[in-house]
Ligand binder design. Sequence first.
Ligand code: S3P
Length: 440
Amino acid sequence: MKYIAKAGNNKTPLQGEIRVPGDKSISHRSIMFASLAEGSSRITGFLEGEDSLNTLRAFRAMGVSIDGPENGEITIQGVGMHGLKAPGRPLDLGNSGTSMRLLAGLLAGQDFDVELTGDSSLSKRPMKRVTDPLALMGAKVETAEGGRPPLKIHGGQKLRAIHYEMPMASAQVKSCCLLAGLYAEGKTCVTEPAVTRDHTERMLRAFGCEVEVENGTACVTGPATLKASDIDVPADISSAAFFMVGASIAPGSELTIKHVGINPTRTGIIEILKLMGADITLDNESQVGGEPVADIRIKSASLQGIHVPEALVPLAIDEFPVLFVAAACAEGETVVTGAEELRVKESDRIQVMADGLQALGVDARPTPDGMIIQGCGPDGTIGGGEVHSRDDHRIAMAFAMASLRASGDIHIEDCDNVNTSFPDFAGLAASCGLDIVVKD
Ligand code: S3P
């Protein structure tokens, strides 16, 4: 599938009130924890995107009875910590790194063997970052050459509790270790070098499991059990981010995005955009299932280039494709450093974004750990042209937003993977003013 995002020429504002799909990280975890809990859990607001559906299919294949999803509603009959069954075939997790890394931790503690596979993008992503700590815990997990998928997990191992100092800031690695820790005897702790999203810690508590967190270290004590809990999944701030940037850069915009998760480990995008001069306000703040939510209101603003503070990088790690677009429309230079993790996401997001921005005439220089971008300024435009998303959902959506400030149409190749996190992105975009032609 291909998008043709029509030239907005600075004359197409984003307006109205929208709700973006459910949070991907929380949707994955809701399926995993509800499946392992004792009792029946009801999930609402679930993201019906390919990534979280792959997690759902994996648990169905391991014998869990799951009704739905229907309009984001799911009911799961939990089987308890030791109730999963051998799936009898490899679990194909598609494009989803979160499914593979978290499942590696959970499945290391089962008494059956299982193989985890993925699509061509996932098959290139590093898994040693999870198999190393799992090996320290006594798990037996084989990778293909270079520490890549597929993962072959040999069950029936007795896991040891460890204290793991993570070499990189990764919520997936932290979660993998904590989930394996539920099956180990004693206290498993993970120390992170910088704050990363804490949905695992929050949701484990909602399922009745104690998690201690102090000074960047999170600990669980095994063997643990989970009790069923209902989960209301908020809208995904990472999906809202495209519209936050779009409304900031398109003159005359005023847009409200409803019921968005604003967990402080995810709000780097708001902080970075505000440092650039964005006009963003939060209304109707409340809590759902241990997660803070709010309506986010954005008005267009003249953005300034900045050096993005490195401490904010892990708190906005999925938002850099669209932040690079914001930088291309800002006044002056934006510098991103300390973001080398972007090179091992669904694509090499530094290289792919730099290539695309350059194709649109933007002065964007990739560096090993970030990018230096000269913006066109509030009255300027960027060019139209042809860009490639390299099968990466967030690259496709970022370039669609760039069209709001483009003088010509932007043709974006390979947009099928938008469905992994944001079904009907083009329809929702059209409802608030962004014209995208979808071509099969
Ligand atoms: C995720 C953590 C992040 C993020 C990914 C989802 C999660 O990955 O990029 O989209 O749900 O835990 P890392 O932990 O590898 O940074």
